[in-house]
Design a protein around this ligand. Sequence first.
Ligand SMILES: [Zn+2]
Length: 123
Amino acid sequence: MVKPNGNADLWMPCGHDKAAEYLYRDHDGTVLYGVARCRLKGNGCQGFQQWRPDPSERSGRRWSLYGDDGRLAVKLVPYRLPELLAAIREERVVMICESTSRVLTSLSSRTATSPAASTPRRL
Ligand SMILES: [Zn+2]
């Protein structure tokens, strides 16, 4: 969450500070979309916001996974897809967790999460 200039990028559309950010990458490591978790939840805030890279935006991201036509504009992938593919190639045990944060607190590089656990919502 630290920009190249050293400033932390904590801004979220809900108005709360960002507490964590999870990047969903394609098989080659390209960021397809991200999920940001805010520090507060409730009072109309879902606690999570999704974004996708968009070079036409000043911030470089658009806070929606949907295009102007209302259709999903990204390919949904499991969290840590490159690591998941490597584990499959190496015939390692893979654990599928229910939430992204649990992937990070579980058995290190052997975990992924199902995209259904973080089904995008129209913002
Ligand atoms: Zn919030």
